[in-house]
Design a protein around this ligand. Structure first.
Ligand SMILES: Cc1ncc(COP(=O)(O)O)c(C=O)c1O
Length: 416
């Protein structure tokens, strides 16, 4: 009989196999100092473009003060137990009411983490008779939620309305046999390339097909829409989103997440969401911190305005310099370059070591072979000087990529 661990000794997995080359630098890097536009990486000052602190709340003095006071008042244990048993408080309820109001829904329910909460939400919304139709590029939390589903599921081509419709037809036929319903799942903003989910066109399909829509708006919440209520508000279809989901991990610079929907749906979910029924309640310090952050989202429109000043300067500056930033419709700013994985590594080293720019790099197999994706997250803490410095650096690295410098450098490393 085989040892269970044999496969682990043999194969570290698609990412793990790069550990000896990449760990500590390309993966698991240690960014040090307070979360802001400039931090330290391996002792050097870097402009950070890889932290989802969109509104700059992570290190805002008012937020830090409330976090510290809540920590001191409640400690990190309170409340103990799952919401249903002994972990429920008025402040949890208050936060839910305020979140629901902010995203224009009747009710909301807190989740301890976005990832786990989304998995659980999908699990609670469907039975084996139902069919799920979801975007092929959906976030891992959606994919993993769908994996729990005992019934049929169809993916549609990324953000492709024709493909959604084709799959809705298939799903409709299927549910005629199973007697179930259809759940469509998309993201409000796709976090890798920044396009918005085509919510307006998707909800228009409700005229012809009977389905419910669940939207993961992790990147849209706080950054899009007139009031910051997200991609649904931006596209004028918030009312047609049946279950709205967002995490506190981005604009809110915290931990936790929530779903919002009609009261009857939330009342059902709160008795059926296994991630909340069988796990300890969101800790009070996070609840109090989220109340403060939400209040700032509501009352300080300048945070979003500052964010968009930086987003617009960065995106238009890149475009003016001839960079391909794809089809982003959000703050997420991808920069597409052509080159091999070793060239990408040399390029990122150059960016970090010689230009003091820290951004995430995405290569094959996440993007097609030969594509280097530098993914940048602008925030309200960045300055126009940060943008200018970055644009100059990007022009320099593009020149070096095109004149073969990185090819030579990476060949030298391989030869070593
Ligand atoms: C689109 C999307 N959904 C869900 C999550 C998971 O949220 P959390 O970090 O709160 O688990 C993330 C990442 O944070 C995300 O980008």
């Amino acid at each position: 009989m085989k040892d269970l661990f044999e496969k682990i000794y043999r194969d570290k997995g698609p990412l793990g196999k790069w550990a000896s080359h990449a760990e500590g630098y390309f993966v698991f890097p240690k960014l040090e100092g307070q979360i802001s536009n400039r931090m330290k990486f391996q002792g050097k000052d870097v402009i950070t473009w890889s932290i989802n602190d969109y509104l700059g709340l992570a290190n805002h003095p008012e937020v830090r003060k409330v976090d510290a006071e809540a920590g001191s008042q409640y400690g990190s244990a309170y409340p103990m137990g799952a919401r249903m048993m002994s972990g429920h408080t008025s402040l949890h309820e208050q936060l839910q009411d305020k979140l629901a109001e902010f995203v224009n829904k009747e009710a909301s329910y807190l989740l301890n983490f976005g990832y786990q909460g989304m998995v659980s939400t999908i699990d609670a919304l469907v039975t084996k008779h139902d069919v799920i139709v979801y975007d092929v590029d959906a976030h891992a939390c959606i994919i993993d939620g769908v994996r729990l589903h005992m019934g049929k599921r169809f993916t549609y081509k990324h953000n492709d309305i024709e493909s959604i419709e084709k799959n809705l037809e298939r799903a409709t036929k299927m549910t005629e046999h199973t007697g179930g319903g259809i759940l469509v799942i998309t993201e409000g903003v796709f976090g890798m390339r920044g396009e918005q989910g085509r919510l307006k066109e998707i909800v228009a399909l409700k005229k012809d097909y009977n389905f419910r829509l669940l939207v993961d708006d992790a990147h849209g919440f706080g950054t899009l829409g007139k009031t910051g209520a997200g991609a649904g508000e931006e596209q004028g279809v918030q009312d047609e989103i049946d279950v709205y989901f967002a995490t506190f991990a981005k604009s809110m610079a915290g931990t936790g997440a929530f779903i919002a929907a009609d009261k009857e749906i939330i009342d059902y979910l709160k008795y059926n969401l296994r991630s909340q029924m069988f796990a300890k309640s969101l800790q009070m310090q996070l609840v109090v911190g989220a109340l403060k952050r939400l209040d700032m989202l509501r009352t300080m429109p300048e945070l979003k305005e500052n964010l968009w000043t930086i987003v617009n300067a960065l995106q238009s500056g890149l475009k003016e310099r001839g960079f391909d930033i794809g089809t982003t419709q959000s703050c997420v700013t991808p920069v597409f370059l052509q080159g091999s994985v070793p060239e990408a590594m040399a390029l990122v080293r150059d960016l970090r070591e010689n230009h003091g720019i820290f951004c995430s790099i995405v290569v094959y197999p996440v993007v097609p072979k030969g594509v280097i994706l530098l993914r940048m997250i602008p925030t309200a803490t960045h300055t126009l000087e940060d943008v200018e410095e970055t644009l100059v650096a990007f022009s320099a690295i593009r020149d070096r990529l095109e004149n073969g410098t990185y090819k030579r450098l990476s060949a030298a490393v391989v030869a070593d």
